[in-house]
Write a protein that binds this ligand. Structure first.
Ligand code: ZN
Length: 210
């Protein structure tokens, strides 16, 4: 058994993946964005862990990237900064679409540059029943950014774009893809925000009654 296989899946997930889309989960790694932003990507390790949790990177690949980041912290830090830049570009583009505003040209240009880099790393590989798109260079520091950029490009160019939403809690506003049957999903997560809002409404009503 190869080392990668032995350690596969040993880590508990670190990120709350509620969005139904990798690029939107990525946006949510800046938590409480509009109130008191909390950075969930504090290091390259966090970025690679996001890749692992979302399944865009393999656990063995993540272990190797950890090792590489310890050996070359400057480069890892640079890719972390690129990751945050990509995240903000994705946020700005989707935010504008949701709010029916003009998509900022700078954000779209930035996103496009990451999308183009990602496309340059895509390869067709033969699989059992046909072909699949795969990314090359799995040990490149940037390899975590490619599938995220690709996920944003795929969603923007899809008919699902109209179902991208932000959580109704003003304190939260996490992004998600509303795949519910009637497309009336309001909360990122019922326990995280939906119940809190219910409780608030309940107490507001009680106050009025007394
Ligand atoms: Zn929420």
């Amino acid at each position: 058994m190869r080392t990668e296989e032995k350690i596969a899946g040993r880590r508990p997930p670190r990120f709350d993946l509620i969005a139904g889309s990798v690029c939107l989960d990525f946006v949510n790694t800046l938590d409480d964005r509009h109130i008191k932003p909390k950075e969930l990507l504090e290091s390259y390790i966090d970025l690679a862990r996001f890749g692992e949790d979302t399944g865009v990177l393999q656990p063995g690949q993540v272990d190797r990237l950890f090792e590489r980041s310890y050996a070359n912290p400057e480069r890892a830090q640079q890719v972390l900064l690129w990751g945050r830049e990509l995240r903000e570009a994705i946020h700005d583009v989707f935010w504008a679409i949701m709010n029916r505003r003009e998509v900022p040209a700078l954000a779209l240009a930035k996103l496009n540059s990451y999308v183009q880099t990602a496309a340059g790393h895509m390869r067709l590989v033969r699989v059992k029943d046909g072909f699949k798109w795969r990314f090359d260079d799995p040990l490149d520091f940037d390899s975590v950014l490619w599938p995220i950029a690709r996920s944003a490009a795929d969603l923007l160019a899809s008919d699902q774009l109209t179902y991208v939403r932000a959580c109704s809690s003003k304190a939260c506003e996490w992004f998600f893809l509303d795949t519910s049957k009637n497309h009336h999903r309001r909360w990122c997560d019922m326990t995280r925000c939906g119940n809190r809002a219910k409780v608030r409404r309940f107490y507001a009503r009680k106050k009025k009654e007394h």
